[in-house]
Write a protein that binds this ligand. Structure first.
Ligand SMILES: Cc1ncc(COP(=O)(O)O)c(C=O)c1O
Length: 405
């Protein structure tokens, strides 16, 4: 890098990031970010430099990533439409597959209409940015995903944070906020770092009392919670509804993209007001086809959801019984608490030596001293895989001094 001119001013900022990564990943063995694993199509295993490791940190909850039917649908779309689209959706970029996928998402979510974005990140930024602006107020949970936070920033609305899953605090925030403008409360259905669930019925009640709209991000809920994987409303036995539901096509649904559903008027507006939708290329044909096929398989094979719920509860019980903490997790996401950032890296490195991949999540993504391995159970994990993972986590945590030997 040239050490003169404009670079000189930027150098301190670049050095901070590079030094921090170098300190945590001081030896090749301790490398835990940007590691390229070769994932096996038909199992939960992955290869790293010739070592076969059990992947325990992937997001592909439904285990459909390598599914023959999904791959065949993507290939057929490639054959029919080619690799990309001809621009943005509003101009030449829409193909019949987009419309089919949107109809399927709306029907799955039991809503009037839906639209799909080219990522879940874009769905949040576009929806929030397209709905609120100066004079409006957004209320977000302290642990809401970064894409929600970025949507709020883009919107220019006033942003108020409330304590994680604390409905009384939200109530007080709503009472203290300006009575004017749109009031939008946004929560994650399932929190991606902790695996706990938003208290939807209580949130609905408080939103109704304060004339606020309620939006939920189902990224880690679709295919994971509710008896048939329909997410947070089904988890709470359809007692209450959110006003706006949004999610990704990159986790339980093994593709790329994001979606939002709600009343037809909402989608009619967002198609022209969500900037990442209006000004970014349409979801690629193969991705749309893979998402559509996966959504259909999910509806035909609800046993995948039961499997995830049963095996994640079993893994949690096994590790908790030996003293490993998993916060308030009740879903497929299990945070294995290590403590400091360094401890989380120690644990990840030791787990890999013991045959299992668990990716560390450190500050500032999680609070101080709550660095962790973010574990995710999928329908690909057999009961034997889960037993093997539990043994490896417990053995590694003992070796690292996180739980008593
Ligand atoms: C809660 C939540 N919302 C949105 C996103 C963004 O989704 P995508 O990766 O499909 O852009 C993520 C991804 O990590 C997420 O966890």
């Amino acid at each position: 890098m040239n050490a003169t001119g404009g670079w000189e001013r930027l150098a301190p900022k670049l050095a901070v990031t590079n030094r921090r990564v170098a300190a945590l990943e001081s030896e090749p063995e301790r490398r835990n970010s940007f590691v390229s694993y070769t994932v096996e199509r038909d199992s939960a295993y992955a290869d790293l430099d010739g070592q076969r490791l059990l992947m325990m940190s992937g997001y592909s909850y439904l285990g459909l990533g390598g599914d023959e039917r999904v791959v065949a649908a993507a290939k057929a779309a490639l054959d029919l439409y080619g690799s990309g689209n001809h621009g943005v959706r509003a101009l030449a970029g829409t193909i019949p597959l987009h419309e089919e996928l949107e109809a399927e998402v709306a029907s799955f979510a039991d809503r009037e209409a839906s639209m799909v974005f080219s990522s879940g990140y874009a769905a949040n930024v576009g929806t929030v940015g397209g709905l609120v602006g100066a004079g409006d107020t957004v209320f977000i949970d302290k642990y809401d995903h970064a894409s929600i936070v970025d949507g709020c920033r883009l919107s220019g609305a006033t942003v108020t944070r409330f304590r994680h899953n604390d409905v009384d605090h939200l109530d007080r925030r709503l009472a203290a906020a300006s009575p004017d403008g749109v009031r939008l409360v946004i929560v994650d259905s399932v929190y991606s770092m902790d695996g706990d669930i938003a208290p939807l019925p209580e949130l609905r009640k408080v939103c109704d009392e304060h004339n606020a709209l309620l939006m939920v991000d189902e990224a880690h809920a679709l295919g994971v919670i509710g008896a048939t994987g329909r997410g947070i409303e089904e988890h709470f036995d359809h007692r209450v509804k959110a006003d706006i539901k949004l999610g990704t096509l990159s986790k339980g649904i093994p593709s790329m993209g994001g979606w939002v559903t709600g009343p037809a008027e909402l989608i009619g507006h967002l198609r022209y007001a969500a900037r990442p939708f209006l000004f970014s290329a349409a979801l690629a044909p193969a991705q749309a086809a893979a998402a559509l096929e996966s959504l259909r398989i999910l509806q035909r094979e609800p046993e995948r959801v039961t499997h995830i719920q049963r095996e994640s509860a079993r893994l949690r019980a096994l590790v908790n019984a030996q003293g490993l903490r998993t916060q308030d997790s009740v879903t497929a996401v299990l945070p294995l608490i290590a403590g400091s950032d360094e401890k989380a890296y120690d644990l990840a490195t030791t787990c890999r030596r013991n045959g299992v991949i668990g990716i560390p999540v450190v500050t500032p993504a999680v609070p101080n001293d709550l660095a962790r391995l973010r574990i995710a159970v999928t329908a690909r994990h057999t009961p034997e895989d889960i037993d093997f993972a539990a043994d490896a986590f417990i053995k590694s945590a003992r070796e690292c001094g996180i739980i008593p030997a």
